[in-house]
Write a protein that binds this ligand. Structure first.
Ligand code: S3P
Length: 437
């Protein structure tokens, strides 16, 4: 079928790869660049479909965004009060980040906007932003009492608020801080654990007053944001796939260049190191307020572990590929406290348990995670498995194919383009046997 990919065991993975730009940081660079006064230049922007949805939305609101070359963009910022009412529905495609961040922003803009998305996005929970935004006075309608997109937002003046969030979610945090930008007074969000802090870092760089006390972050309304030059680091969530592939395919030795190692994102590195993974951080440096390093990864005999729950928010996007590492490690791995995996682009616990079981893994579903009895070696493979149209499930199952005895066909891989355009070709350039189905 078109969109299927097939992977199978082959030679070791060797060489160097520059991973694509960080998705979270790319969305934010477009949003803050659009809202700033003056010009913003962005280099190494992720040109995946998700970020292109954010670019298209701001163009539809009158922001001039020019592509100067591969990953290189110039934005003519319009200021906090310069957006124009879009004359059509804004389609966020597969992107939860675009949908939730723009809902927050648009709820305090003085015009009507309607946000929709693909089948997956229209099934994802929006109550977690619609309810607290409603407490600020936002007028948002959606299906199922505002819990599901499409969302209709009648933007207006809001009142600031001090929100205690029950989930550690950077999308919830950022949606509220964005609503607070256009709201007089102080808007605060307190999270149960620190989620990725790219918003706080980048807003500060653009000139906003952001204060942090423990897990509480506060923004002052009506800052003047000034255009910046931003170089987007490589996405550790994309690096995760070649990283685990190199750890599990015997003889591999890879260097992943310019990977963002912001401490709110490095949970997977900590877990893989604890499992005995040979990963070295080389040439650490800072780019645009974010830490970056080259990661050298060599094949390693991995040991199963119990995942400390405190690590979960720092590795939340990486559990599908972590399950692959745990399936071939020696001994048992236990993940708990990861209920959020159920409401990502797919139910990632169910999708990975079904997929990996079909490939011969010993993995058992739990309500909030999984228990895996590592095989201490490769999978059997020889099956067709479904990505559930989820980019990270697709890439994880393809990596599983690289340590399988027989080829693995992964169905519906098209959404890999949302976060990692060129994945199959880049992996093939390192020696991986991944081809079109
Ligand atoms: C993101 C936050 C996370 C993450 C997503 C990107 C962001 O989602 O899973 O891929 O850019 O803010 P949650 O906020 O739902 O945890």
């Amino acid at each position: 079928m078109p969109g299927d990919l097939i992977s199978q065991g082959g030679p070791p993975l060797r060489g160097r790869m520059a991973v694509p730009g960080d998705k979270s940081i790319s969305h934010r660079a477009i949003i803050f660049g659009a809202l700033a006064e003056g010009e913003t230049r962005v280099e190494k922007l992720l040109e995946g479909e998700d970020v292109q949805r954010t670019v298209a939305a701001f163009r539809a609101m009158g922001v001039e965004i020019e592509r100067l070359g591969a990953g290189s963009y110039r934005l003519a910022g319009v200021g906090l009060d310069g957006l124009a009412e879009p004359d059509d529905v804004l389609n966020m495609g597969n992107s939860g980040t675009a949908m939730r961040l723009l809902t927050g922003l648009l709820s305090s803009q003085p015009f009507l906007s309607i946000l929709t998305g693909d089948d997956s996005l229209r099934g994802r929970p929006m109550g977690r932003i619609v309810t607290p935004l409603g407490r600020m006075g936002a007028k948002i309608l959606g299906r199922d009492g505002g819990k599901l997109a499409p969302l209709v937002i009648q933007g207006q003046e809001l009142v600031p608020m001090d929100h205690i969030s029950p989930v550690a979610s950077a999308q919830v945090k950022t949606a509220l801080l964005l609503a607070g930008l256009n709201t007089a007074g102080e808007t605060s969000v307190t999270e149960p654990a620190l989620s990725r802090d790219h918003t706080e870092r980048m807003l500060t760089a653009f000139g906003a007053e952001i204060r942090r006390e423990g897990l509480k972050v506060t923004v002052d309304g009506w800052p003047t944001l000034t255009g910046q030059k931003i170089t987007v680091p490589g996405d550790i969530s994309s690096a995760a796939f070649p990283m685990v592939a190199a750890l599990v395919v015997p003889g591999s030795d890879l260097t992943l260049e310019g990977v963002g190692i912001n401490p709110t994102r490095t949970g997977l590195l900590d877990l893989l190191l604890q499992m005995g993974g040979n990963i070295q951080q080389l040439n650490p440096r800072e780019e645009g307020g974010e830490q970056v390093a080259d990661l050298r990864v060599q094949y390693s005999k991995l040991q199963g572990i119990t995942v400390p729950e405190a690590v979960v928010p720092r590795a939340i996007d990486e559990f599908p590929i972590f399950f692959v590492a745990a399936s071939v490690a020696d001994g048992e791995t236990l993940l708990t406290g990861a209920n959020e995996l159920r409401v990502k682009e797919s139910d990632r616990i169910a999708a990975m348990v079904t997929g990996l079981k079909a490939l011969g893994a010993q993995i058992e579903e739990r309500p909030d995670g999984a228990r895996i009895s590592g095989l201490g070696g490769g999978l059997t493979g020889g099956a067709t498995v479904d990505s559930h149209t989820d980019h990270r499930i697709a890439m994880s199952l393809l990596v599983a194919g690289l340590v399988s005895g027989s080829p693995v066909r992964v169905a519906r891989c098209g959404n890999i383009n949302t976060s990692f355009p060129g994945f199959a070709d880049l992996m093939a350039a390192l020696g991986a046997d991944i081809s079109k189905g």
